[in-house]
Design a protein around this ligand. Structure first.
Ligand code: AMP
Length: 543
């Protein structure tokens, strides 16, 4: 027997329709690339996205076409997402921080035929367009007045493309499993691989992450996603905020501490989301400007890399702002776990809660998660055993674009995240490493992330990274690589002393090396690969 409910496909533009119908006057505030602060409502966003969709259709963009975007978080980027997805084409976000050769590979592999680009990034596309013959049109996301002199092929002005569209356009309906978004992830080996979201997975993921125990956006919230739309689906905010009818604040190109503070303050943001490096800049700015307050801000979501204890403490104890530590990955749409208190934990003292809160958290409904040994056997949920973190669910990749990388699921349909973690008796997961970065000493694993988090708690340490260095007796031993805080001169022994008592004795790094800069990947993570290469010939004093 079949249920007798209506056939109502979970399509991305239904989210926008809902926002425009039920929250018509709610605002989207953007720091525009041209300079001024721009304001529009969900009514405006829906109307303009529809008109742009119609304009795109008239230019020949159709169901299944892949359209690239390289743009900051702003209203035109939001409009183009909904417009492109709304006609069944696929939005392919590109990270401007990638090298030109990587961009060429990814754009060509995904077969982008049209490309939307913010003013800032026009030179990047100009430099590589000759290697991208499949692209027929580049749409520069500005108005006629600000159009640059450009040699981009088939160049179109965004506002003119929009004006070409009909204002009575009606969103079409199609299968909810239609591809809707695409984002390449730099795998551990080989070329970057294309993760392809469907309308259904994006809508479901937004609903899952919007549950009260997860992000729980309200229509009374002001959400400021600093996490870029070109990285991992902007943690679903482009869908989850309109779904809730929340006000949105889009920071555009200016991501420094002062600019982020200014928007948080003037727009009275209640919740904001980004990677730790962004929050480091904001906290430094606040430290230098003690008169500045963040009265409206209630919650800061931190993910993408582990949130150090010192950062969590600075927000919670210094500014009375709740930190939610989250973990996820591009392949998971991206949110996988969030660290909010759960039933039975209400009575916990701060001392009991704090070590649990520092973990990466627990999964919302739609994410099945477990840890396994090398034979795919599940390991106990005791907070001690660590193993491969594997996940399963309707918003998690089952394959990469064009089958790259072959079969990516295990015998039971789980995807190996490449992370190594523990899961405790409360179901809270804690990442100890990427499997390729874990340090193997005397047959046991040492967590580089734990060591890094403790080291950055030292007042003179700006950033820390730990890598394994070959050792004749132990196989590998940890080396702590440190960037000093400006104006300080810490010595290695002092930093190691600071770590004493906070970790098992045999985890203590064998040496400390000071560097000017630690290399990062395009998504802001410490590049252990480059760091290991830089220290290839290093020999430990204990060797
Ligand atoms: P990406 O696909 O670029 O978002 O990268 C995903 C990877 O980032 C994960 O597999 C983790 O290794 C890492 N990651 C994300 N969030 C966290 C977190 N809160 N703590 C530690 N690592 C994280």
């Amino acid at each position: 027997m079949q249920g007798l409910m209506q056939d109502w496909p979970l399509l991305a533009h239904k989210v926008l329709d809902h926002a425009a119908t039920c929250h018509p006057d709610q605002e989207i505030v953007s720091r525009s690339i041209e300079g001024p602060i721009h304001r529009q409502t969900y009514t405006d966003l829906n109307r303009r996205a529809k008109q742009l969709a119609s304009g795109c259709q008239k230019r020949g963009i159709k169901l299944g076409d892949v359209v690239g975007t390289m743009a900051w978080n702003g209203y035109r980027h939001l409009e183009s997402w909904y417009a492109i997805m709304g006609i069944g084409a696929v939005v392919h976000t590109l990270n401007p921080r990638l090298f030109p050769e990587q961009l060429v590979y990814i754009i060509d592999h995904a077969e982008d035929t049209c490309f939307f680009v913010d003013l800032t990034f026009v030179p990047i596309l100009e430099a590589i367009q000759d290697k991208l013959p499949k692209i027929t049109n580049f749409v520069v996301m500005t108005d006629r007045e600000h159009m640059p002199e450009t040699k981009l092929r088939g160049v179109i002005c965004y506002e003119e493309l929009l004006a070409e569209g009909d204002d009575d356009f009606v969103w079409p309906e199609f299968d909810e499993n239609t591809a809707c978004g695409m984002c390449y992830t730099s795998g551990t080996t080989g070329n970057p691989k294309g993760v392809v979201y469907s309308h259904r997975s994006n809508v479901l993921h937004a609903m899952a992450t919007n549950m009260a125990d997860a992000l729980g956006f309200l229509s009374t919230d002001t959400v400021m996603p600093v996490v870029p739309m070109f990285h991992a689906n902007a943690w679903s905010t482009a869908f989850s905020a309109p779904m809730a009818g929340a006000k949105m604040v889009m920071p555009g190109a200016q991501m420094d501490g002062a600019s982020i503070y200014e928007l948080l303050d003037t727009e009275q943001a209640t919740i904001t989301l980004a990677v730790p490096t962004v929050w480091l800049m904001l906290l430094q700015y606040l430290e230098q400007n003690p008169e500045k307050k963040l009265d409206a801000l209630k919650r800061v979501v931190i993910g993408g890399s582990a949130c150090p204890e010192s950062m969590m403490k600075a927000f919670e104890e210094g500014y009375d702002i709740e930190v939610i530590h989250a973990w996820g990955m591009t392949e998971m749409s991206p949110l996988g776990t969030l660290g909010t208190r759960k039933g039975g934990m209400q009575g916990m003292s701060q001392e009991e809660w704090w070590p649990i809160k520092l973990k990466q958290g627990r999964p919302p409904f739609t994410v099945e998660m477990r840890i396994t040994d090398d034979d795919e056997k599940e390991l106990p949920r005791d907070g001690k055993a660590f193993g491969h973190l594997v996940v399963r669910g309707p918003c998690i990749s089952k394959a990469y674009l064009k089958g790259e990388g072959g079969n990516i699921l295990d015998g039971q349909g789980f995807f190996d995240t490449g992370d190594v973690s523990t899961v405790d008796e409360y179901g809270f997961m804690q990442i100890t490493d990427r499997s390729k970065d874990v340090i193997k000493s005397g047959g046991e694993w040492i967590s580089s992330i734990d060591l890094e988090n403790i080291a950055v708690g030292h007042p003179d340490v700006a950033e820390a990274a730990v890598i394994g260095i070959e050792h004749p007796k132990w196989d590998e031993r940890p080396l702590l690589v440190v960037v000093k805080k400006e104006g300080t001169e810490p010595d290695g022994a002092d930093i190691l002393k600071f770590m004493e008592g906070k970790i098992a004795k045999w985890w203590m790094p064998d040496d400390v090396a000071f560097v000017e800069e630690i290399p990062h990947t395009a998504t802001g993570k410490i590049s252990k690969l480059q760091l290991r290469q830089a220290f290839e010939d290093y020999s430990l004093p204990t060797a």
